[in-house]
Write a protein that binds this ligand. Sequence first.
Ligand SMILES: *[C@@H]1O[C@H](CO)[C@@H](O)[C@H](O)[C@H]1NC(C)=O
Ligand SMILES: *[C@@H]1O[C@H](CO)[C@@H](O)[C@H](O)[C@H]1NC(C)=O
Ligand SMILES: *[C@@H]1O[C@H](CO)[C@@H](O)[C@H](O)[C@H]1NC(C)=O
Ligand SMILES: *[C@@H]1O[C@H](CO)[C@@H](O)[C@H](O)[C@H]1NC(C)=O
Ligand SMILES: *[C@@H]1O[C@H](CO)[C@@H](O)[C@H](O)[C@H]1NC(C)=O
Ligand SMILES: *[C@@H]1O[C@H](CO)[C@@H](O)[C@H](O)[C@H]1NC(C)=O
Length: 364
Amino acid sequence: MKILTLFVTLLFFFLLCTEASAKTCTPAFCHRDEPMIHFPFRIGTLQPESCGYPGFDLSCDGVNRTVLELPNSGPFTVQGIDYAGQEMWVNDPEACLPKRLLSLNLSGSPFAGVYSQNFTFFNCSSSYIRYGLDPIACLSGSNYRVFATSSPYVVNTLPSSCALVKTVPVPVEFPFFEQVISSNLSSDLPLQWGVPQCGRCVVRGGRCGLKGNSTTEIQCANVPQRVSGIPRGARYVIIVGVGVPVILVLLGLLCHLCGRVKSYARGRRPVVGEFATAVAPRSAVVSGLDRVVIESYPKIVLGESKRLPKPDDSTCPICLSDYQPKETLKTIPQCNHCFHADCIGEWLCMNATCPVCRNSPPRS
Ligand SMILES: *[C@@H]1O[C@H](CO)[C@@H](O)[C@H](O)[C@H]1NC(C)=O
Ligand SMILES: *[C@@H]1O[C@H](CO)[C@@H](O)[C@H](O)[C@H]1NC(C)=O
Ligand SMILES: *[C@@H]1O[C@H](CO)[C@@H](O)[C@H](O)[C@H]1NC(C)=O
Ligand SMILES: *[C@@H]1O[C@H](CO)[C@@H](O)[C@H](O)[C@H]1NC(C)=O
Ligand SMILES: *[C@@H]1O[C@H](CO)[C@@H](O)[C@H](O)[C@H]1NC(C)=O
Ligand SMILES: *[C@@H]1O[C@H](CO)[C@@H](O)[C@H](O)[C@H]1NC(C)=O
C-alpha cells in the first residue's frame, strides 16, 4: 500500500514537473510579423536554453528581424518556418542572396537543402547584352554585369569577354526538370532539418521538447487525446448532451446529401457519351480541386534510392503504404507534403485541402 502511495505521488510530481517545464517554454517572436519561434528553435535572449535544440539558436536584429547564424556562412534572416514539414526559408539580411550563395557552406549546421541545382556565375562587360540574360543587380557594377545560369548551353556559348566566376549548388524547393536561362537567385532559400524529428509530433498537435536538461533526446508532450482528463460523469453528460444531437444532425445531413446525390444523378442521366465529362457542371456535392490544378502539381518518379522531398516521410499519408522505387509521387507546392500521385489525385478531387496539414491550396 505504501509503495502504491509512493508511486502515485512520484507520478503526480513527474506530471507536475513536465507540465511546469513545458510551461516555461512559451513561443516567442522578434516582431508580430515575424515567424513564431518554438522548439527546436529558440530566441537566445527570450527563451531559456532548455527550450531549444543545439544548432537552432536564433536572435533578433536591430530592426526586429529573426536571424539565424550559420557556423560557416554567417547570418541569414528567417523568412518562414514549417515546423511540421521541418523546413524553413531564409534570405540575406543585406538583400543580396546571390552573393551569399557564392560562399554558402551548410556544413556544421543542422540544415541542408534537399534538392540542389548547379548555377554558374559569370562576369561580363556591360556591353554584353543577350536576350533572356538578366543581370544580378546587387552583384553588377557600372562597367560589368554578373549573371547566373543553370543552362550548360548558355555557359558553353558565352563570348570570351565573359569570365567564369564560380559554379555553386543552390538549394531548391523541388527536383528540377528545367534549366534556368538566368536567375537573380533572390527568392528565399529552402532549408530542411532531419534532427530533431518533431514533425510528426507537431502534426498530431503535440508539444515537442527536450526530455531533460542534459540530453538531446526529445519527447512529444500534450498530444490532445479525445475526452481524456474529464470525469466519467461529465463524460457521460457530454456524450449524451453533445453526441445525440450531433448524430441527429449528421443523420439529417446524410439524408439531405443522399437526396442531392440522387437528384444530381437523375439530372445528369440525359447527358450521353463523350459530352458527359465536358458538359457536367461543377459538382454540387463534391468540392474538390480542378483536375487541371491537380495535374499542374510537381511529379516525381522515385529512383532506386527513393530520394524524397521530405527524407523522413517514406509512407504515403493517404494509403499508409511505403513508397516503392519507380512509383510516381506528387507534392502540393504550397505545403510541400508528398503523396502517391494517384492517392492525392483522388483526394483533391473530393477535398480541396492537404490531408496532412489541412491547408487549402489555391483553386487555380
Ligand atoms: C522592434 O520592436 C519593438 C517592440 O515591439 C518596437 O518598440 C520597435 O519600434 C521595433 N523596431 C523596429 C525597427 O521596428
Ligand atoms: C565548409 O566548411 C568546412 C569547415 O570550415 C570545410 O571543412 C569544408 O571544406 C567547407 N566546404 C566547402 C564546400 O567549402
Ligand atoms: C553539381 O556539380 C557538381 C560538381 O561540379 C556535381 O558533382 C553534381 O552532381 C552537380 N549537381 C547537380 C544536381 O547537377
Ligand atoms: C566582375 O569583374 C569586375 C571587373 O571587371 C570586378 O570588379 C568584379 O568584382 C567582378 N565581379 C565578380 C562577382 O566576380
Ligand atoms: C529578381 O527578379 C524578380 C523577378 O524575376 C524581381 O521581382 C526581383 O525584384 C528581383 N530581385 C532583385 C534583388 O533583383
Ligand atoms: C536545467 O538547468 C538549469 C541550469 O543549467 C537550471 O536552472 C534549471 O532549473 C534546470 N531545469 C530543470 C527542469 O531541471
